[in-house]
Design a protein around this ligand. Structure first.
Ligand code: C6P
Length: 412
C-alpha cells in the first residue's frame, strides 16, 4: 500500500503558496498544527473562487443563458475531477455534500431508511469520529438495528482478531475510518472491505483524514461508499463528497426533497432523477465544488505519494521528539501513522496546554476531538493533538518541542 514512488518537491516553495502562513499570532510567527481540523488554502484555490464569482456565477442545471451554462459546465467538470481523484468508475458515483458528516448522514438516511430493519447489525469501530457514530445511533433508534464495535488495542490499532466473530449474517454495513483523527492509525481498508463483503455486508469508509493525504482508489479498495470533506484537503469549507458504487446508489431513495432532484412533479407525487442528482436537492454549493476541484488540481500537481511521505515523516519525527519530554504519553501506533500525533502530558491539561502554546503562535488542538468513546477507551478526557500537512516543516516541530518544554516548566 502507498508504495508509488514520490517525486522530489521543493516544500519551501510550496509553503509560499499559502498566504495565511505569513500571519503572526501573539507576536510570533504562526505555526499551524491543526490541519486535521481544517487545512489552510493555497492562493490557487482562493483565486479559483474569485474567478468563479467574477466570470461564471449563476445557478446550475436551470438557466439557458451563457453564465448558467458556464456554471453548470464548471460544476459538472468538478464532479468528474472528484471521480478521477478517488478512482470512481463514473462521475455519476459522486454526490456533492457539505462534507464527511453530511455524506455519512445521507447514507444513514437514504440507504439505512430503506435497507435497515430491526435486528440488523451495523459494525463500527471504537475509534470512530462522532460523525461516523451518531448517525448510526440515530438509525438504530429509528429501526431497532444493533450497533457493534471492533475494539481498539492499546497500540491504537484495530483488534482484528475480534473481527471474525463480528462478521455475522445479520451484518449489513461495516463503516470505519481510514485514518483515525486522534490516533493517526491507518486502517487496512481493502482487507476490511473484503472481509465485510464475504458476509454480504456493504462498506463505508470515512476518508476525512486520508483524502488529502494519500492516493485513494475506491475500486482498488473495494468500498461501497467513501465520504470526505474538501476543507481538510486545501478546499473551501461547506463542500465534500460521497462516493457510492453505482449499483448501490441506484437502489437508494432520495433523502432531501426539493428542486433539481426531480424529473416531474404533480401535487401528489414526484418522479426523481437518477444518482447523483437525486441526492442533491436545491441549489448546490457551486463555488465550493469548483474550489474542491481546484484543490484536487493543486494536490495532484504536488502528488499524493510525495505528500504522504512528507506528512508521515513529520508525524514520526514529532512522535519521536515528544518522547524527550518528561511525563509524556504519545497515543497511536509506532509503525505506519497518518499526519498527526496525539499526546497526553502529566503536567498539564490539554486545554491549558493548547492555550499556553497559542501564546507562542503555535496552533494545537486540545480536547476529545469528537472521539469521546475513544478517549474513554484510553482513560483520558482529552488529548493534545499536533496535525501536519505538506506546508509544515521539521523546524516548526523543533519549535513545538521547545514550547512544550517551557510548558512543563511553567505548569510544574
Ligand atoms: N475531524 C478534527 O479531527 P466534517 O466536520 O464533516 O468536515 O468532518 C467530520 C469528520 C469525520 N471523520 C473524521 C475522521 C474526522 O476527523 C472528521 C473531522 C475534525 O479536528 C473536527 S472534530
Amino acid at each position: 500500500m502507498h508504495k508509488i514512488a514520490a517525486k522530489a518537491v521543493d516544500w519551501h516553495a510550496v509553503r509560499e503558496d499559502f498566504p495565511i502562513l505569513r500571519e503572526q499570532a501573539h507576536g510570533h510567527p504562526l505555526i499551524y498544527f491543526d490541519s486535521a481540523a481544517t487545512s489552510q488554502k493555497p492562493r490557487a484555490i482562493i483565486d479559483a473562487l474569485r474567478r468563479y464569482y467574477e466570470h461564471e456565477n449563476a445557478n446550475v442545471h436551470r438557466g439557458l443563458h451563457t453564465l448558467s451554462s458556464r456554471a453548470t459546465e464548471a460544476y459538472e467538470k468538478s464532479r468528474q475531477r472528484v471521480a478521477e481523484y478517488v478512482g470512481a468508475a463514473s462521475a455519476d458515483e459522486i454526490i456533492f455534500t457539505r462534507g464527511t458528516t453530511e455524506s455519512i448522514n445521507l447514507v444513514a438516511h437514504a440507504w439505512g431508511g430503506k435497507f435497515i430493519h430491526e435486528g440488523d447489525v451495523i459494525l463500527l469501530t471504537e475509534m470512530e469520529h462522532h460523525s461516523n457514530l451518531v448517525p448510526w445511533q440515530l438509525l438504530a433508534e429509528r429501526t431497532g438495528a444493533r450497533l457493534r464495535f471492533v475494539p481498539v488495542r492499546d497500540d491504537g490499532t484495530l483488534d482484528l482478531e475480534q473481527l471474525s466473530s463480528l462478521l455475522t449474517p445479520e451484518l449489513k454495513l461495516f463503516a470505519f475510518t481510514h485514518i483515525s483523527n486522534s490516533l493517526g492509525t491507518i486502517n487496512p481498508v481493502a482487507e476490511l472491505c473484503e472481509k465485510a463483503h464475504a458476509v454480504g455486508a456493504l462498506t463505508l469508509v470515512d476518508a476525512a483524514q486520508s483524502a488529502g493525504h494519500l492516493p485513494i482508489n475506491v475500486q482498488e479498495l473495494g468500498c461501497d461508499y467513501l465520504a470526505f470533506s474538501g476543507h481538510k484537503m486545501c478546499g473551501p469549507t461547506g463542500i465534500g463528497a460521497l462516493y457510492g458504487r453505482a449499483e448501490v446508489l441506484d437502489s437508494m431513495p432520495p433523502w432531501h426533497g426539493g428542486g433539481e432532484m426531480i424529473v416531474s412533479v404533480t401535487l401528489e407525487k414526484s418522479v426523481f432523477k437518477r444518482a447523483p442528482h437525486r441526492f442533491e436537492a436545491g441549489t448546490p454549493n457551486i463555488a465550493g465544488a469548483i474550489g474542491l476541484a481546484a484543490a484536487i488540481d493543486y494536490i495532484e500537481q504536488i502528488g499524493r505519494p510525495a505528500i504522504f511521505e512528507h506528512d508521515t515523516q513529520l508525524a514520526h519525527y514529532a512522535a519521536e521528539r515528544l518522547t524527550e519530554l518528561t511525563g509524556m504519553h504519545v497515543l497511536g501506533p509506532t509503525g505506519e501513522r497518518g499526519a498527526l500525533v496525539g499526546f497526553v502530558m502529566d503536567a498539564v491539561h490539554p486545554h491549558d496546554l493548547t492555550t499556553f502554546a497559542d501564546q507562542y503562535g503555535l496552533a494545537l488542538r486540545g480536547g476529545h476531538h469528537c472521539n469521546q468513546p475513544l478517549m474513554r477507551r484510553f482513560g483520558v478526557s482529552g488529548t493534545t493533538r499536533a496535525s501536519f500537512y505538506f506546508y509544515n516543516t521539521t523546524e516548526e516541530i523543533d519549535r513545538m518541542i521547545e514550547i512544550l518544554h517551557r510548558a512543563v516548566r511553567f505548569f510544574s
